[in-house]
Design a protein around this ligand. Structure first.
Ligand SMILES: *Cc1c(COP(=O)(O)O)cnc(C)c1O
Length: 368
C-alpha cells in the first residue's frame, strides 16, 4: 500500500542522530523543558525569523495559548475559515470567543480577504487565517485589514512550516502564530507537539507562563496556566528534522510538480499556486466531479487517498446551532469535490507515475 505519508523512509535517514540524542537524554534524565527544548526554540526562532518561539504540547494548544496571550476572550469574534481542521475553531471556542466563518478562494482554498472585510464588526478582535495545505494565505490583504481595523492577526501555520511569502516565513507576519508538529505535518515529531511564535517580548513572557502552570518562578503562580510543554524527547526529533526541512519541502514541491505535469491533460483540477508565496504542499489536493470513482480505483490499486475536509466546520454537528442558516457556497462546493493524493519528501517517481496512471485510466475508461 502506498501510504499518504511515508514516515519510515524519513526515519531511516535520521536514525543515527536520534539515537545519539536519546542516549544523552536518558543519561541526563532531563525530561521536562531540558536542553533540547531550549536549543530547538532558539534554532526554530532563527529559522522562522521571529524573536520568540515557545514549544507547547500540540498545535491545538499553540492556537489556544496564542489567543489567550493576545487577550481574546468572551464576547469577542474571531474571523476564520470553515475549510480547515476542527482545531482552528476549537481554540477560538476554548477562550470563550465566537468563530466567524467566511468563504474561501475557489483556486487556493485559502480564506478570502474580501469575505473577511465583509464580516468585520465592532466585536471582531482577531483574524485567524490558515495557510491551508501549505500555501500561504493572502497576507498582504489580511495584514492591511488588521491594521486598518486595529485587530490582532493570529496565523494557523499547522500546515505551512517553511512556507514563505514576501520573503518572510509564515508565522513571522502576525502578532502570534501557532505551529503543529503532529507526525504527518511538514515538520513532524514522533508524537504530539506544537509551537507558538511572536515578535513581542511581553507576549512571549505570557506564553511561557501559560504553558507552565502560570509560573515564572517555580511554585509561584501569577495566573491560571496549563501543563502544555513541548516534550524534551520530541525536541530531539524536531532538531534533526529542522536541519533538513528546506530539502524536505523542496522534495514535496518536486513531487507536486510531477503530479501536476502528469495530470495536466486530464479533466480534473490540480492545485493552483497563486504565486503570492511558496507552497510547501502539506497536501496535494485536487478537484474532480468523479472523486469517489477515482478514490475507489486508487484503493483497488493499493494507493491511499483522503478527503480533507469532507464536512466544512459550519456544517459540523458541533457548530450546527451557532451557524444556522450560514451559507458558504465556495467552501461547500470544494468540500464536495476535493481529494488528496499521497505526498511526502520520499514519494518515488515510480510511485507518482503509478498513481497518475491509475487516475488516467479511471478517467478515460470508467467515467463518461
Ligand atoms: C493539525 C492542525 C491543527 C492542530 O494541530 P495538533 O498538533 O494536531 O493539535 C490545527 N490547525 C490545522 C489547520 C491543522 O492542520
Amino acid at each position: 500500500m502506498i501510504p499518504m505519508v511515508n514516515l519510515k523512509a524519513q526515519y531511516a535517514e535520521i536514525k543515527h542522530e536520534i539515537e545519539l540524542g536519546l542516549a544523552q537524554t536518558f543519561d541526563s534524565c532531563a525530561f521536562i523543558l531540558g536542553p533540547n527544548v531550549t536549543a530547538f526554540e532558539q534554532e526554530v526562532a532563527a529559522y522562522l525569523g521571529v524573536r520568540h518561539a515557545i514549544g507547547v504540547a500540540s498545535g491545538t494548544d499553540a492556537l489556544h495559548l496564542a489567543l489567550l496571550a493576545e487577550g481574546i476572550g468572551a464576547g469577542d469574534e474571531v474571523i476564520t475559515s470553515a475549510f480547515t481542521f476542527i482545531a482552528t475553531a476549537e481554540a477560538i471556542k476554548y477562550v470563550g470567543a465566537t468563530p466567524v466563518f467566511v468563504d474561501i478562494d475557489p483556486n487556493t482554498f485559502n480564506i478570502c480577504p474580501a469575505a473577511i472585510a465583509n464580516a468585520i464588526t465592532h466585536k471582531t478582535k482577531a483574524i485567524m487565517p490558515v495557510h491551508l495545505f501549505g500555501q500561504p494565505a493572502d497576507m498582504t490583504a489580511i495584514t492591511a485589514l488588521c491594521q486598518q481595523h486595529n485587530i490582532k492577526l493570529i496565523e494557523d501555520c499547522a500546515q505551512s512550516f517553511g512556507a514563505t511569502i514576501n520573503g518572510q516565513q509564515t508565522g513571522a507576519l502576525g502578532d502570534c502564530a501557532g505551529f503543529s508538529f503532529f507526525p504527518s505535518k511538514n515538520l513532524g515529531a514522533y508524537g504530539d507537539g506544537g509551537l507558538v511564535v511572536t515578535h513581542s517580548d511581553d507576549t512571549a513572557e505570557t506564553l511561557k507562563q501559560l504553558r507552565n502552570h502560570g509560573s515564572k518562578v517555580r511554585y509561584y503562580h501569577d495566573l491560571v496556566g496549563y501543563n502544555s510543554r513541548l516534550d524534551e524527547i520530541q525536541a530531539i526529533f524536531l532538531r534533526a528534522k529542522l536541519k533538513r526541512i528546506d530539502d524536505y519541502n523542496q522534495a514535496r514541491r518536486q513531487v507536486a510538480h510531477r503530479y501536476t505535469t502528469l495530470l495536466a491533460d486530464l479533466p480534473l483540477t490540480p492545485p493552483v499556486e497563486d504565486g503570492l508565496g511558496t507552497h510547501v504542499y502539506h497536501q496535494y489536493t485536487l478537484l474532480s466531479e468523479h472523486r469517489e470513482v477515482i478514490m475507489k480505483a486508487l484503493q483497488a490499486a493499493e494507493i491511499s487517498s483522503a478527503v480533507y475536509y469532507p464536512v466544512p466546520l459550519h456544517q459540523q454537528a458541533v457548530f450546527k446551532e451557532t451557524c444556522q442558516g450560514l451559507q458558504l457556497p465556495v467552501t461547500e462546493k470544494i468540500a464536495q469535490h476535493c481529494f488528496s493524493l499521497p505526498i511526502c519528501p520520499f514519494l518515488s517517481e515510480a510511485d507518482i507515475d503509478k498513481i497518475t496512471s491509475v487516475i488516467r485510466h479511471t478517467l478515460t475508461h470508467q467515467v463518461s
